[in-house]
Design a protein around this ligand. Structure first.
Ligand SMILES: CC(=O)N[C@H]1[C@@H](OP(=O)(O)OP(=O)(O)OC[C@H]2O[C@@H](n3ccc(=O)[nH]c3=O)[C@H](O)[C@@H]2O)O[C@H](CO)[C@@H](O)[C@@H]1O[C@H](C)C(=O)N[C@@H](C)C(=O)N[C@H](CCC(=O)O)C(=O)O
Ligand SMILES: Nc1ncnc2c1ncn2[C@@H]1O[C@H](COP(=O)(O)OP(=O)(O)OP(=O)(O)O)[C@@H](O)[C@H]1O
Length: 488
């Protein structure tokens, strides 16, 4: 493909430069091959412009770099652009060509994975060829692929999208993480609608403050969606009201959902076994549906998903009965098994104070005796949430086990100490399998156990190593030893 077709007309190119043939793209000098376009990106750890020489030596035919880059005469054109990450995303979209015709993105601190999964399920039930992309990977009718990121880097993303389109996928639901939005990873994706679940404290190690974090999430509605597209907003907070107001001001169609939603209002959610019966107000009429999932927040997620499916052609009457068929995403308040005494064990990905509080609250209605929680906090990530999660857990649960959860380069004991400083009465067991064993061994009839933080993950990150580990396996092994029942 010619360079001009990839990055013009946004980047003004001389005719001879526009005519350069490009055989591939990379933002990593180590991956450059002959004829590639190298995107030199200023990063958190390194400055990509320092690798221009190396990229050219490896065969790059052209370089995209930030304005003001001082590159020596490297022998190939160095095209300066205001935002090279944006340019790279646009180039990746054009290079790989095809993408599903109908795509929607969902952002928010919690709920993205569940909403993306629900949207895919609802579309599939409508007979559409649908896929989802996010934390639990690429889930398509013919394959499931693990990803390293929630929102993939643009080159990987557009390679995936072209493959999906080639397999006949027409509908795509993708998670838009705040990192992904801030780094312009989705700038080349053609979106029809965007969803907003909620916003609470998270990732303050990366975003400077809450306003910055919110601003990054708002890029979806301020920049990626265009007037006439649809925004589906769960009106659950003052921040969400601001998002909704901005969407209207920008000329987006607004579907507002949730307990304060105007389009789909949740009037009541009554727990019923491991399901809940929802009362919904839509256009002045009240409807009922039995959602086969535990937790108030799953009702919110289901409504955001319903809104996104309505934004892409379904009627409310079509979507409502389909909510009764939804399956939870892996590791999202997942019933992993029960002990011989009938005490259920749930695995959940809650790794923020708010998500932990919500997961515990969601399980309270099922507790006749005590609620036990096993959790830890990640290393090299927001340190402020450690004492907060300790406080939340000890306030809301009856017995807390503090354990390890991806300590990365930090000393695991230091992380536990920070949690324990605000978790009076908590039991410290660093080894996660042992903590789960202990908690399960102490379960009595009427108890409920929540194992929080890792959800679907299949590894424990210690230093630079990923040690194979899964909460599902740990729970199954402990139940087997105690003759309880693992699910599935
Ligand atoms: C903090 C962060 O988001 N970093 C992302 C960022 O990397 P970076 O720009 O900081 O990389 P860097 O190491 O500073 O290098 C700068 C540039 O020099 C290049 N380089 C570097 C070395 C070299 O020899 N040659 C070379 O060309 C690098 O390829 C890079 O382009 O840009 C890269 C390319 O887009 C991303 O892959 C990378 O994601 C890292 C791996 C990451 O872990 N990100 C996480 C935090 C993330 O994005 N998480 C969110 C979800 C969060 C959540 O909701 O839980 C996600 O969407 O997954
Ligand atoms: N709407 C919601 N409100 C609050 N908490 C939620 C909501 N949905 C899910 N959660 C909680 O947050 C955890 C993460 O959920 P989910 O994976 O769907 O969110 P996410 O936005 O994809 O997060 P991540 O990008 O970190 O994977 C769940 O395990 C659950 O405890």
């Amino acid at each position: 493909m010619k360079l001009g077709e990839l990055i013009g007309p946004e980047a003004a190119l001389a005719e001879d430069v526009a005519g350069i043939s490009i055989t591939g793209l990379s933002a990593d000098s180590r991956d450059i091959q002959s004829g590639y376009l190298f995107a030199a990106l200023p990063g958190v750890k390194a400055d990509g412009t320092k690798f221009i020489g190396e990229a050219v030596a490896k065969g790059a035919s052209a370089v995209v770099a930030p304005q003001g880059t001082e590159a020596d005469d490297v022998g190939v054109p160095v095209i300066e652009v205001p935002e090279p990450r944006h340019t790279l995303s646009i180039a990746a979209a054009r290079f790989f060509g095809a993408q599903p015709e109908t795509s929607v993105a969902v952002t928010g601190t919690n709920g993205k994975t569940s909403v993306a999964s629900f949207v895919r399920q609802l579309w599939s039930r409508r007979g559409l060829n649908a896929a989802s992309v996010g934390t639990i990977g690429v889930i398509a009718p013919k394959s499931t692929t693990i990803l390293n990121h929630t929102t993939p880097d643009p080159i990987e993303l557009h390679r995936i999208l072209a493959e999906l389109a080639g397999e006949g996928v027409t509908h795509l639901a993708i998670e838009a993480s705040s990192h992904g939005l801030q780094q312009h990873r989705l700038d080349g994706l053609k979106l029809k609608a965007g969803g907003f679940t909620n916003i609470t404290r998270d990732h303050l190690d990366y975003h400077h403050n809450f306003e910055d974090y919110l601003a990054q999430k708002l890029r979806l509605f301020r920049e990626l969606l265009q007037p006439g597209d649809t925004a589906v907003v769960d009106i659950g907070s003052e921040a969400a009201e601001r998002v909704a107001a901005e969407c209207i001001a920008r000329g987006l169609n607004l579907i507002s959902v949730g307990k304060r939603g105007k389009t789909l209002r949740l009037l009541e959610a009554v727990p019923d076994g491991f399901s809940q019966t929802l009362k919904v107000l839509y256009e002045g009429e009240t409807y009922e549906v039995r959602l086969p999932l535990v937790g108030d927040f799953q009702a919110s997620n289901a409504f955001v998903a319903a809104g996104l499916v309505m934004a892409t052609g379904a009627t409310f009457e079509e979507v409502l009965p389909m909510l009764a068929e939804l399956e939870g995403a892996k590791g999202r308040l997942d019933l992993a098994g029960t002990t011989d005494d009938g005490a259920p064990i749930f695995i959940d990905y809650a790794h923020t104070p708010d998500a932990l509080a919500k997961a515990i609250a969601a399980l309270r209605p099922y507790v006749r005796h005590r609620l036990l929680v096993v959790f830890g906090c990640g290393g090299d990530r927001d340190r402020g949430k450690r004492p907060q999660m300790g406080a939340v857990a000890t306030k809301l649960a009856d017995q807390v086990y503090v354990t390890d959860d991806n300590p990365r380069s930090e000393e695991a004991a230091d992380i536990r100490r920070a949690i324990l400083s605000h978790a009076p009465g908590a039991i410290e067991i660093g080894d996660r399998t042992q903590a789960i064993d202990e908690a399960i061994a102490h379960l009595q009839a009427g108890d409920v156990l929540l194992v929080a933080g890792k959800g679907h993950e299949t590894g424990q990150i210690v230093g630079n190593q990923i040690i194979p580990y899964s909460d599902h396996d740990a729970v199954a092994a402990a139940l087997k030893a105690g003759e309880g029942h693992a699910r599935g």
